[in-house]
Write a protein that binds this ligand. Structure first.
Ligand SMILES: [Zn+2]
Ligand SMILES: [Zn+2]
Ligand SMILES: [Zn+2]
Length: 114
C-alpha cells in the first residue's frame, strides 16, 4: 500500500518536471520520499518505457518524452552546449532495431575558440 502511494506521488510529480530532469530534481519535488526509492522508481520507469534516460554532464537525466538530447563539446575549452538536432528520421533506416530516442554527442571547436 505504502509503495503504491509513493508511486502515485512520484508519477504525479513527473508531470510538474521540466522536459529533462535529474533524480535530485525529482527528489526536490518529493522530499519525503528517499533518494534510493527515487532511483528505483526511475530505473523501473526506464525499463517499462515510461521514462527515457539520457546522459548529461556525466549524470543521468530523465524525460517522459522521447525528445532528442544532444550536446556539442568543445575540445579546447571543454564547454558543453545543448543543441537541437532536427530531421534525424534518416537514422531509422540505418538502424536495424527500433529507434526509441536519440542522444548525439558532437565534439569540435566552439565559436569562441575557433
Ligand atoms: Zn527511450
Ligand atoms: Zn545535456
Ligand atoms: Zn571552446
Amino acid at each position: 500500500m505504502r509503495q503504491t502511494k509513493q508511486k502515485e506521488t512520484l508519477n504525479n510529480s513527473l508531470k510538474k518536471m521540466d522536459v529533462f530532469f535529474s533524480a535530485e530534481e525529482l527528489h526536490q519535488h518529493v522530499p519525503t520520499i528517499g533518494i534510493a526509492t527515487i532511483y528505483r522508481f526511475l530505473n523501473k520507469s526506464v525499463k517499462n518505457g515510461e521514462l527515457h534516460a539520457y546522459q548529461c554532464n556525466r549524470k543521468f537525466i530523465y524525460s517522459s518524452s522521447k525528445k532528442n538530447h544532444s550536446h556539442f563539446l568543445c575540445e579546447k575549452c571543454a564547454e558543453v552546449k545543448h543543441i537541437n538536432l532536427n530531421k534525424l528520421d534518416f537514422l531509422n533506416s540505418q538502424i536495424k532495431g527500433k529507434v526509441c530516442h536519440i542522444q548525439i554527442d558532437i565534439t569540435g571547436i566552439c565559436e569562441k575558440c575557433s
